[in-house]
Design a binder for this molecule. Structure first.
Ligand code: FAD
Length: 296
């Protein structure tokens, strides 16, 4: 199933993102998480691609296994980091041979210890180059890309970032998933700017329920997303009480999702961090609205 067809037919789609665990125990835990989220009928689940080392092979194995065994459609993340064209060609062909129909083409974050992204001599410098390559090689694949409502931290500015996004969409992206954000107005402003710039592919909102204050500050610090001052002061006030932080995180994400559904979002993509409790709690609150909008 091509994700873009699902978005056109049944938006807002519901999807979950996982990362490949380090060891066998982690894999068993993840399969349990996937099973526990299956009753929510996700349109697809995505698997992240690490900056190097053994986790990359695990991404490809996990994606193939999800496709083969779970009955859920996988979306394979793939990055330009430390890959030549020849390697990318092999990976994409391998995914295709495993009947994977959807790839999220990304530039990727630099490996740990390397502050800056450096393309390989025979590799790709930007996600748009990777997308163009995959689109040429396998025209029938459904390709997603990343976008950044609050502007990518390395961009020269919002306008330059949007021009680069347009380049990526013109290279063959079918849909975009946003970086996490906590203020829906940032998303709506970005959606308007995309339309003005001629970026018309559906936007899927990346939702991250806050589970810990320290963790969310680290994530937002890396990706350049802002935490609204009132939300920050609420979670900081209960920082030492993990249950209270999680409760506020679920509450905020639920309100965000309800508002996004009402305002015609293309999909809701949950950054689950391989856990299911928060996502299931949010789903309970939004499922009736999802059913009405998407005809689930
Ligand atoms: P690009 O689209 O290439 O943009 C990166 C920067 O380069 C931007 O500042 C852009 O304005 C600029 N740029 C783009 N094209 C040009 C051009 N032609 N000329 C000049 N400048 C240009 N990272 C991982 O390592 N693994 C993952 O699995 C992963 N999954 C992700 C999933 C989602 C939904 C999102 C939102 C992010 C994910 N990331 C992942 C993080 C992502 O790799 C980083 O945000 C990365 O820094 C940028 O990736 P991109 O695909 O947006 O890059």
């Amino acid at each position: 199933m091509r994700i873009i067809d699902e978005i056109w037919d049944r938006s807002p789609t519901l999807s979950f993102e996982f990362f490949p665990p380090q060891d066998d125990i982690g894999f068993w835990d993840l399969y349990r998480t996937i099973e526990s989220l299956k009753p929510l009928s996700p349109s697809y689940v995505s698997v992240t691609y690490g900056a190097g080392g053994g986790t990359r092979k695990k991404t490809l194995e996990l994606v193939a296994r999800i496709k083969r065994d779970s009955g859920i459609e996988p979306l394979a993340h793939l990055t330009c980091v430390e890959h030549t064209r020849v390697e990318i060609a092999e990976i994409v062909d391998n995914l295709k041979n495993n009947r994977v129909e959807n790839i999220l083409g990304l530039r990727g974050d630099p490996p740990e210890g390397k502050g800056k992204f450096e393309p390989m001599p025979d590799g790709f410098a930007h996600a748009s180059d990777l997308i163009e390559f995959i689109r040429d090689r396998h025209p029938g694949l459904c390709l997603g890309g990343a976008c950044h409502p609050e502007t990518h931290p390395e961009a020269a500015g919002p306008e330059a970032d949007l021009e680069n996004l347009k380049r990526k969409v013109d290279a063959g992206v079918n849909f975009l998933i946003t970086q996490l954000f906590f203020n829906n107005d940032d998303f709506y402003r970005f959606r308007d700017r995309c339309a003005e710039a001629g970026v018309f592919v559906p936007l899927v909102a990346g939702i991250m329920p806050i589970l810990s204050v320290k963790q969310i500050k680290r994530f937002t610090g890396m990706c350049g997303a802002g935490i609204p001052a009132d939300l920050l002061s609420k979670i900081e006030a209960v920082e030492d009480d993990p249950d209270a932080v999680r409760h506020l995180g679920v509450l905020h994400a639920t309100e965000q999702c309800q508002d996004l559904i009402e305002n015609g979002v293309g999909g809701l993509h949950f950054y689950t961090l391989n856990r299911s409790t928060a996502t299931r709690a949010i789903f309970q609150q939004i499922k009736s609205r999802l059913e009405v909008k998407a005809g689930r």
